[in-house]
Design a protein around this ligand. Structure first.
Ligand SMILES: [Zn+2]
Length: 283
């Protein structure tokens, strides 16, 4: 199995967006008033070349973010707290083409969640099966979704994903799961917190696993330390997800790949697993 990290441009955030400051409503406000920025962070999507077909996990961002009015003007988050840069050739479509992967080769597109920088490349997959958790779609759609920061007016008109309900089948510390492949080596697990319906994807590569984490945390360190971001829907759920990932990584070598961690591609290339010290595992 081959796994590719595909960088579809960059996103810079206020520092208190990447690492939350304070709690509750104040934590959200802090992301807006913060004048300090992170360096441009990668926006990763991942591609698994699996014998049962290519699996795309997230679609990255679109170059259209440079158009005036692409993001809703009323949203203070897009005005004050996030800056994205994506060149046309950085979109996932052209990058798949360069890898020799045709759209028809893609068996599934799995969305970890529906934030703009994960769904922005969806227009490259009009004829593919898209998987989204039922909880995530319900949370992200309509006016309420827009108020929660989802840019759902930009979703393709044809967008009608297959809804995923996880089964009451534990997968290590994760209480529910769903095997995606018939071989049972690619599994969807719950990763709530950043959004309520977020999914993570665990790829079994024999003696280790690769965990495609979406925005479970922005960095590996934040997951290890249980530090929540500035905008996640539920701080406690986010920490619970961090703990489950640490517990999983304590029992099995796990390469942890968040979508915006500058180290993700290197860790994937080296198959460098998370180092969970016993102290951290019980924290
Ligand atoms: Zn997100």
């Amino acid at each position: 199995m081959k796994i590719h990290a595909i960088q579809t441009g960059t996103v810079a955030l206020t520092t208190s967006w990447r690492e939350g400051v304070g709690h509750g409503r104040r934590r959200l406000l802090n992301t807006l008033v913060d004048r300090e920025w992170t360096e441009p962070l990668p926006i990763y999507a991942f591609v698994i070349e699996h014998p049962e077909g290519v699996i795309v996990v997230d679609t990255g961002e679109t170059a259209r973010v440079a158009e005036r009015g692409y993001f809703p003007r009323w949203s203070p988050f897009f005005r004050f707290a996030v800056r994205e840069h994506v060149a046309a050739e950085e979109e996932i479509g052209p990058q798949l083409e360069r890898l020799g992967i045709a759209p028809a080769d893609v068996r599934w597109v799995v969305m970890t969640h529906l934030h703009t920088d994960h769904i922005g490349g969806l227009h490259h997959f009009p004829r593919n099966e898209i998987l989204v958790s039922r909880t995530e779609l319900a949370y992200a759609r309509g006016l309420r979704g827009r108020l929660r920061g989802y840019v759902n007016k930009r979703w393709p008109a044809w967008f009608s994903p297959t809804l995923v309900d996880l089964a009451q089948v534990p997968f290590g510390p994760f209480p529910t799961s769903r095997a995606l492949t018939a071989a049972g080596d690619v599994t969807l697990v719950p990763a709530p917190g950043h959004t309520p319906g977020q999914l993570a994807v665990v790829v079994d590569e024999g003696d280790h696993s690769v965990l495609l984490a979406g925005d479970s945390s922005y960095t590996e360190e934040a997951m290890l330390l249980g530090k929540v971001d500035g905008v996640g829907a539920d701080e406690n759920d986010e920490m619970l997800t961090h703990r489950r990932i640490r517990d999983y990584a304590a029992t099995r070598p796990t390469v942890y790949l968040p979508a915006h961690d500058p180290e993700s591609a290197t860790r994937l290339g080296e198959r460098r697993p998370v180092e969970v010290t016993p102290q951290r595992a019980v924290a």
